[in-house]
Design a protein around this ligand. Sequence first.
Ligand code: GTP
Ligand code: MG
Ligand code: ZN
Length: 299
Amino acid sequence: MQKGLIIKNITNTYYIKSNEKIYECIARGRFKQDDIIPVVGDNVEIEIIDRENNKAVIERIIERKNFSRRPKVANLTELVCVISTKLPKPDLLMLDKQLVFAEYLGIKPIIVINKNDLDKNLAIEIEREYSNIGYNVVITNALTGEGIKNIIKKIDKDKSNNKIVALSGNSGVGKSSIINSILDKDVTIAGEISLKNKKGKNTTTITSLYEVEKDIYFVDTPGFSTFDINEIESANLDKYFLDFRDYIKECEYQGCSHVKEEKCGIKTAVENGKISKNRYDRYIKIYEDLKYKEEHKKW
Ligand SMILES: Nc1nc2c(ncn2[C@@H]2O[C@H](COP(=O)(O)OP(=O)(O)OP(=O)(O)O)[C@@H](O)[C@H]2O)c(=O)[nH]1
Ligand SMILES: [Mg+2]
Ligand SMILES: [Zn+2]
């Protein structure tokens, strides 16, 4: 048995990187029975069945550190949350949702403010707001490459594990442009088609990992610009707002939702200017959205 990483999945075929080779694999039938299917990002054990043609079978999925349902990816280590200063204008509600999702997965978010050429002052303003909370923020121009290397610099390289980095952000903010700029060339995995075509548009329609540096992979998730946060429970949402953490304990009621309750530490912190009113308002929006979906869920 040999360990490997699923770098690509097309329906029932998996491409697994193991000892610097790519194996074409199928999964053992029992995974389906157990209602678990291997996904890109999974660490697996494989048994080689045809050494000449690099064919193998997935025998075991090693326990996942985290899992995203939509898009399906396992073991993310970093989430790069991208917004742009203009075209489209910054969607901070979406940004906060993605930051919350990163906390939920237990991974590090990196905020990228792209298209700094279109409104530098706005980029700096947003950078200030989020770095004050404690987030890592990088300002970029994906067309010139300015700031792009700083994204890679923010990725922890201390651990020996693979880094699996996903980008999220509304359509048009520049995710593909950022990946292309990082790669600085058309990257191919074992004869795989290139990540971009002449227009720089994504041509792949399957989830794949692209190795941008040794053991640092970027996930390409075509068809998904942002991660679905609906699996987060509204009651846990406050824990994923970093700037709320110090004040939750001052709420009179345990399980305070910080919406209508009196004697709420979060509301007091907003009044005293310790938490930004805008962040609080976005918390309420996300909270009510999750709550509504919980109440209208069809089982
Ligand atoms: N001015 C400017 N334009 C940029 C920058 N980065 C990307 N663009 C342009 O913005 C447009 C959208 O960029 P994409 O990289 O396709 O955006 P995306 O986030 O991948 O969009 P989807 O794939 O639809 O989710 C393209 O026309 C890019 O050339 C930038 O830093 N400055
Ligand atoms: Mg794109
Ligand atoms: Zn409260």
